[in-house]
Design a protein around this ligand. Structure first.
Ligand code: ATP
Ligand code: MG
Length: 503
């Protein structure tokens, strides 16, 4: 680690009804990766937004390269070499990858944008980072993981001296995270100061040099990572110890009926001859690398994407498995299927609406029109879930855009829980959720399963798969490559099947 490049001292910031930052201190040295940790809503993103000029602080001082500094907007911060990779994706879907990366600073040829140079420069950038993305591709065609990689490439393309990664790994697979870590190590070697925000404790141990913990907008303390245990850090964050034991046996009754049977499903390139069964009260984990076809399978099943062939059967009220036709999400909802999407920006929440509206009303605009919910229950239901999921919001009337990332995710979960679906598909349900709240969501999922709901849980986190699933389906390149009971599952067996096609 080198000299201090950035110091934030006594930073205070309030929003209406929320004291988001309460005299926070933070420091970054050249050549260090400094983790910023804390529960959902602790103030991590806000502190970094104050630093990069997105928000203006109420008081406190920022010293950058020895000079007291205040950035009034992101542009000023970028020009000075302080860049942020945001928690929420900020790319424009209709533009190409290259256009997104160079937006607002396009290379020019005369008065025209020099497309050729823009594409060449993007190519070079990706090459340096060892990322395989075509700069001419439309952004909306990329997976969430790839879009995240573009955000990272864009940040690096500014001549940065301090880079802030606000939960970069939340959308990435183990393999992509490994690539990202190589990039970060390289930046560290070059003497950049790096801020790394993540809820994944394992990553913190691997990649960071120091950890600063925040709680409820306040500064708790700073530790040297190598000298601290996982438990130390969690304890500092939430004030108690949390255990993460894997599940040993399936909790599903041996005679539990099949509630969903998918046979020979084909949908596009990523879903090839997929067959599986889901039992009543089961949590069926879907494991695999990003791009394995798990989300695509869920979307085809839910009617969000077209299917080419295959059959879907669902248990009807009389307990009979019956073949159904699902051509749209409306059909799926009618048959009692709920889908919590991995991409909350696109399908999860309407950020300009309140917590209540998102939980109960208009929630399915993207999927269904005119779904009716008893209005008088709205507030009560919302308050119930705010409490149950410990969603941090001043009131249920708060606009979702003002909630922290993890708390937005909780709103999405609440929304599907109010739907009373018999079959719930959770796609990366705890992405970006802090350890304490994660625990709450796990408890809630277990409770739902115990009450007889059946759950498909797509997850890229191995600990989550091993802790929650009764059975695990593994996919690789659009095909099912494994189906393992939890009692026989190990990380190695899953990884082995996730990386090859033939059993
Ligand atoms: N623009 C805003 N208006 C009102 N409140 C806000 C705004 N931005 C953030 N907040 C509130 O400030 C607090 C801190 O939020 P912040 O996004 O910094 O949390 P975080 O630590 O990044 O959490 P997460 O881990 O969930 O991303 C939260 O209570 C949040 O709701
Ligand atoms: Mg945040």
């Amino acid at each position: 680690m080198g000299e201090v490049i950035l110091t934030m001292k006594d930073i205070d910031k309030s929003f209406p009804g929320v004291h988001a930052l309460d005299h926070v201190n933070f420091e970054v040295k050249r050549g260090e990766v400094h983790a910023l940790m804390g529960e959902n809503g602790a103030g991590k993103s806000t502190l970094m937004k104050v630093l990069t000029g997105i928000y203006q602080k109420d008081s406190g001082t920022i010293t950058y390269k020895g000079k007291e500094t205040e950035f009034h907007n992101t542009r000023e911060a970028q020009d000075a070499g302080v860049v942020i990779v945001h928690q929420e994706l900020n790319m424009i879907g209709d533009l190409t990858v290259a256009q997104n990366i160079f937006i607002g600073r396009e290379p020019k040829k005369g008065i025209r944008v020099d497309d050729k140079k823009m594409i060449e420069d993007s190519k070079k950038l990706f090459q340096d980072l060892n990322i395989e993305i075509d700069p001419r591709e439309k952004m909306s065609n990329l997976t969430v993981g790839k879009q995240q990689m573009c955000e990272i490439a864009k940040a690096i393309s500014h001549k940065a001296e301090v880079i802030i990664f606000d939960e970069p790994s939340a959308a990435l697979t183990e393999k992509e995270i490994a690539d990202l870590f190589e990039i970060i190590k390289d930046l560290r070697k070059k003497g950049l100061g790096i801020v790394y925000i993540s809820h994944r404790m394992d990553e913190i141990k691997v990649i960071t040099d120091r950890v600063t913990v925040m709680r409820d907008g306040g500064y708790v303390g700073t530790l040297i990572t190598a000298e601290s245990s996982k438990e130390d850090i969690i304890n500092m964050m939430v004030g108690r110890v949390i255990y993460e034991d894997p599940k040993e046996h399936s909790m599903v009754a041996p005679d539990a009926p099949v509630v969903l049977k998918v046979e020979h499903l084909n949908a596009g390139k990523m879903v090839q001859d997929v067959s599986f069964e889901l039992h009543k009260g089961e949590i069926l984990g879907f494991s695999g690398l990003m791009g394995a076809g798990r989300t695509e399978t869920a979307r085809a099943l839910f009617g969000a994407d077209p299917k080419q062939s295959g059959t879907i059967s669902i248990m009807d009220k009389s307990g009979q498995l019956r073949e159904v036709t699902i051509n749209s999400p409306q059909d799926a909802v009618k048959y009692g299927i709920g889908y919590l999407s991995e991409d909350r920006r696109r399908y999860g929440v309407v950020v300009q609406k309140s917590v209540t509206e998102n939980t109960t009303l208009a929630t399915m605009e993207e999927f269904c029109n005119g779904l009716f919910i008893n209005k008088s229950k709205e507030k009560k239901v919302t308050e119930k879930y705010v409490k149950e999921l410990a969603t941090k919001t001043p009131t249920t009337d708060q606009l979702v855009v003002n909630l922290s990332g993890g708390n937005q995710q909780k709103v999405v979960i609440a929304k599907w829980l109010t739907r009373d679906s018999e079959i719930l598909i959770f796609d990366e349900p705890t992405r970006g959720i802090d350890v304490g709240a994660k625990n709450e969501i796990y408890k809630l999922m277990s409770k739902l399963a115990a009450e007889g709901k059946s759950i498909i849980m797509i997850s890229s986190e191995m600990t989550e798969i091993l802790r929650m699933s009764d059975r695990i389906i593994i996919m690789c390149e659009g095909k099912v490559t494994g189906n393992i009971d939890i009692s026989e599952a190990t990380q190695e067996r899953i990884m082995d099947k996730a990386t090859r096609n033939i059993e």
